[in-house]
Design a binder for this molecule. Structure first.
Ligand code: PXG
Length: 457
C-alpha cells in the first residue's frame, strides 16, 4: 500500500483548502472535515484512521465487482505497457475498443448495433442529445428536437445532461437550456393518492402523452428516463408504467431513450434494467458498471435502426472526444464484462443474492414503525421513512431524518445513501450472504438509532 503522506486531519485541511465537493455546502463540510477513504477490498473500505466500512453503495453505484480485483488491475497494466493511448479519429482505430464492442454487443439484446464511447455518464447523455437531434435532421425533421425528461430524474452534471434531468436546484445553478421539457416521476408512494399502483402507473405514463400533444409531436425528439430512478430516490415505477410509455413513444414517433448508467450491467438481476421492466428502448446510456468504476468510461448505445440512418444517410458525424474508446478503459471494461459473464454474477444476483437481500429487507423492516415502503429488485433497494404507512404520510423533515440515518450509518461502519426520505443501497454484485446480512443488520441499527436520537419512536 502507498505510505500515507499526511495524518487524517492534515488530509482534511488540504481537502478543504483545494476542493469544492459534489452536492454539498462546502463551508459546512469544511467545518466538519470529509471522511478520507484510503483502501478498498471486496465490499469493504478503510479510512485513514483504519476504521472499516461496509460499502453498501458500490462506491457511487459503480464497483460491481467490488474493490481489489487483480484481473482488472492486470488488464489495465498490460494495456498501459502495450498501447496506453490511441483513438478513433482520422481513419484510425485499435484492437481493444473493437474487442470491447464485440463483447458488449454479445451481451446486449440483438437490436442494438453501435456504440459511441465517452468518459462518463454525463458526457454520454450530451452525446445522446446531439445524436438524437442529428437523427431527426437526417430524416428531414430538424424541428423535432425537444427532449422530454422527468422531474427528479438525474442524467448528469454537465449543461445538457442537467437540462435533461429534472433537479430544479441544479437548473437554478447556471440556467436552463431551451428545448427541454419534463413530466412527473412515477413515485406512487408520494403521488399515488387514492389510485391503485396500476392505475397510477398508467396516469404517470399518460403525462407523457399530454406533454407530447402540448408541444406537438412534430417537435418532440425523444423521451429520456432511467428505468428505475436512481439518484432521485431509487423509485421503481408501477409495473403498468413502461409498457404504456413505450406505446406512447411508438404512437407519436418519439424515440425512447433509457439511461442505464445505474441500472445497467446486472444491478436488477438482468443485464440491463429495461429488460427487468420489459421494454425496448432505442438508445441506452451506459457508464459506471461498464468498468466497475475502476477507470472512467461511458457510452451511448444505438439501435440498429438509428445507426443505419446515421451511417447510411448521415454523412459526416460532427462529434469526437479525445478519450472516446480509450484503450486502457476498454481493456478494463473487457476484463470487467468477462468476469460478470464467466463468473455468472448477473445470474447469481437474479437467482440467489438478489432474492436473498430483498427477502431479508422485507423480513427486517416490514413491521418497522418508521419504514413504510421497501422497493427493489436484485441488489438495489430503497427504504421509505414515513410517519404513517396506511395513509402514506411522509415526515415533514424526511430529508433530515434520512441524512441522520446515513450519518449514524457511517458511525456504525456502513455506507448507504439517503435521498429525500429514502435510504438507498446498491452493494457490489459479488456480495455474499454474510455481507448482505451485515448490510441489513447495520442498516437496521442505523434506522433504530435514528428513531431514538430524533425521538421518532
Ligand atoms: N445518468 C444516471 C442515471 C446517473 O445516475 C449519470 C447519468 C451521470 O454519470 P457521471 O458518470 O457523469 O457521473 C448518473 C450519475 C448518487 C449518485 O449518489 C448518482 C450518480 C452520480 C453521483 C452520485 O445517487 N449518478
Amino acid at each position: 500500500m502507498t505510505a500515507p503522506q499526511h495524518t487524517t486531519s492534515q488530509y482534511q485541511a488540504l481537502d478543504a483548502a483545494h476542493h469544492i465537493h459534489a452536492f454539498l455546502d462546502q463551508k459546512a463540510l469544511n467545518a466538519q472535515g470529509a471522511l478520507v477513504i484510503a483502501k478498498g477490498q471486496g465490499l469493504h473500505l478503510w479510512d485513514t484512521d483504519g476504521k472499516r466500512y461496509l460499502d453498501g453503495m458500490s462506491g457511487l453505484w459503480c464497483t460491481a465487482l467490488g474493490y481489489g480485483r487483480a484481473d482488472l488491475n492486470a488488464a489495465a497494466t498490460r494495456q498501459l505497457a502495450e498501447l496506453p493511448y490511441y483513438n478513433l479519429f482520422f481513419h484510425t482505430t485499435h484492437p481493444r475498443v473493437i474487442e470491447l464492442s464485440e463483447l458488449l454487443f454479445s451481451l446486449l439484446p440483438k437490436h442494438y448495433s453501435h456504440a459511441i464511447y465517452t468518459n462518463s455518464g454525463s458526457e454520454a447523455n450530451e452525446v445522446l442529445i446531439r445524436t438524437v437531434r442529428r437523427y431527426w435532421q437526417i430524416l428531414g425533421q430538424p424541428q423535432k428536437k425537444v427532449m422530454i425528461g422527468r422531474w427528479n430524474g438525474y442524467h448528469g452534471s454537465t449543461l445538457g445532461s442537467t437540462a435533461l434531468g429534472g433537479m430544479g436546484f441544479m437548473h437554478e445553478m447556471g440556467g436552463m437550456l431551451p428545448d427541454f421539457a419534463h413530466i412527473g416521476e412515477p413515485y406512487y408512494f408520494a403521488a399515488g393518492g387514492e389510485l391503485s399502483e396500476a392505475e397510477f402507473g398508467l396516469k404517470a405514463a399518460r403525462e407523457l402523452e399530454a406533454k407530447i400533444l402540448e408541444l406537438g409531436a412534430e417537435n418532440v425528439a425523444a423521451f429520456v428516463a432511467e428505468p428505475f430512478q436512481g439518484a432521485g430516490g431509487m423509485i421503481f415505477p408501477p409495473t403498468s408504467y413502461w409498457a404504456e410509455v413505450q406505446r406512447i413513444c411508438r404512437q407519436y414517433d418519439v424515440l425512447l431513450c433509457a439511461d442505464e448508467v445505474i441500472g445497467g450491467f446486472g444491478r436488477t438481476g438482468e443485464w440491463f434494467a429495461h429488460q427487468h421492466f420489459g421494454f425496448q428502448p432505442d438508445t441506452l446510456t451506459i457508464a459506471k458498471g461498464l468498468t466497475s468504476g475502476y477507470i472512467p468510461m461511458g457510452g451511448l448505445v444505438l439501435s440498429a435502426r438509428m445507426a443505419e440512418v446515421l451511417v447510411q444517410q448521415g454523412g459526416l458525424f460532427a462529434h469526437g472526444l479525445t478519450y472516446s474508446g480509450h484503450p486502457v478503459a476498454a481493456a478494463v471494461a473487457i476484463a470487467n464484462l468477462t468476469a460478470l459473464r464467466d463468473e455468472k454474477i448477473v445470474e447469481t444476483v437474479k437467482n440467489d443474492s438478489g432474492p436473498y437481500l430483498q427477502k431479508l429487507l422485507r423480513e427486517t423492516f416490514a413491521e418497522h414503525p418508521l419504514i413504510a415502503e421497501i422497493q427493489g429488485s436484485g441488489l438495489v433497494a430503497a427504504l421509505q421513512f414515513a410517519e404513517d404507512k396506511a395513509t402514506r404520510k411522509r415526515f415533514a423533515n424526511e430529508h433530515d431524518i434520512a441524512w441522520h440515518c446515513r450519518t449514524v450509518g457511517f458511525d456504525e461502519g456502513l455506507i448507504i445513501r439517503s435521498t429525500l426520505g429514502r435510504m438507498i443501497m446498491a452493494p457490489a454484485l459479488v456480495a455474499s450472504h454474510a455481507e448482505l446480512d451485515e448490510l441489513v443488520d447495520k442498516t437496521r441499527r442505523a434506522v433504530d438509532r435514528t428513531g431514538r436520537e430524533l425521538n421518532l419512536l
